[in-house]
Design a protein around this ligand. Structure first.
Ligand code: HEM
Length: 283
């Protein structure tokens, strides 16, 4: 440590509380303590070099700050990283969670019923109606970015439910999982925009990934392979998703690191509420 003594004035940067937090959470090697950095910092202390010291130290600190998985690609990648870990291995390759609930088992082993699937579709429609209503109202200006993305699902679900009716099925009323999630989303939308955006991302992106796969498998088992409107998009889905990713990244650029972390922490709740609705397929 003796060689640190001459540069101590510039080291105040590593005493910043937020950097200490990063060191604890991720235990990265501190670039300021590695040899090449130290050599940079050990410049003669004239006027020019002291500004170089500050630049070098700032760059090191910035590098150190970029430690959140996916951060370099934008905030959506950070949300995706957290979400993928909350899947079970049986749901997705990147999953890490232990399988506990029935809907966390491989979809191929599910034994869906039409009545259960209808409950799932009805509760999903309530959630999408709620989400899409919130976006239309745009209590927070940032919500307006997500109007007419092409990912909206409520109208598609209305068409599907009409089709079931024509087939002679009785359409059930929404049940507790859908009603609870809908109310929760309304509360968040008013009071906690970062947490609300986490649900927005997870709901639409989950449906475009695992949701489609579930739709296909369930249709093979109980609907003679009929593809519902819920699983069809007007336009190229990958492009629609990409447009929304860009908007999400843009909105999150205005957030502090604490707000971003708060959003990421909400992912678990999103899995819980959506999992409760998914489970209806097996009810
Ligand atoms: C039976 C339940 C589920 C299955 C089988 C499943 C499966 C999958 C699969 C296979 C992927 C694609 C992985 C890849 O890109 O390689 C995926 C992505 C994803 N899932 Fe799930 N998932 C399920 C439930 C959920 C739930 C409940 C949520 C959250 C509400 C969720 C959120 C996501 C998100 C955000 C992605 C990333 C989509 C993207 O990259 O665009 N999933 N899921």
């Amino acid at each position: 440590m003796a060689y640190l003594a001459p540069i101590s004035p510039s080291l105040s940067i590593i005493r910043k509380p937020q950097l200490t937090i990063f060191q604890f959470v991720f235990s990265p090697p501190n670039p300021l303590f590695s040899r090449p950095r130290i050599q940079n910092l050990r410049m003669p202390r004239n006027k020019t070099s002291s500004s170089s010291v500050v630049v070098a130290a700032t760059t090191a600190a910035e590098k150190q700050k970029k430690r959140y998985p996916g951060e370099s690609k934008g905030f959506v990648e950070e949300m995706r990283f957290v979400a993928m870990k909350l899947h079970t291995k049986e749901q997705a390759k990147e999953g890490e969670k232990e399988t506990k609930s029935p809907e966390e088992r491989p979809v191929a082993k599910w034994e869906p019923t039409v009545a259960g699937y209808l409950r799932f579709l009805v509760d999903s429609k309530l959630v999408y109606d709620t989400l899409e209503g919130i976006i239309d109202e745009a209590t927070f200006p940032s919500y307006a970015e997500f109007k007419n993305t092409g990912l909206e699902r409520a109208e598609k679900l209305a068409i599907d439910l009409e089709w079931f009716k024509e087939q002679g099925y009785q359409i059930p009323e929404p049940t507790a999982p859908g009603k609870t999630y809908s109310q929760y989303l309304k509360d968040l939308a008013e009071n906690d925009p970062q947490a609300f955006i986490c649900h927005f991302y997870n709901i639409y992106f989950a449906h475009s990934a695992g949701g489609r796969m579930i739709g296909r498998k369930v249709a093979e088992r109980i609907l003679d392979g009929r593809e519902l409107e819920f699983y069809k998009w007007d336009g190229e889905l990958s492009q629609l998703l990409q447009n929304v990713r860009e908007k999400l990244n843009k909105v999150a650029e205005e957030w502090t690191r604490e707000q971003k972390n708060h959003c990421l922490e909400e992912t678990e709740k999103s899995f819980k509420y959506s999992g409760d609705i998914l489970r209806l397929i097996l009810s």
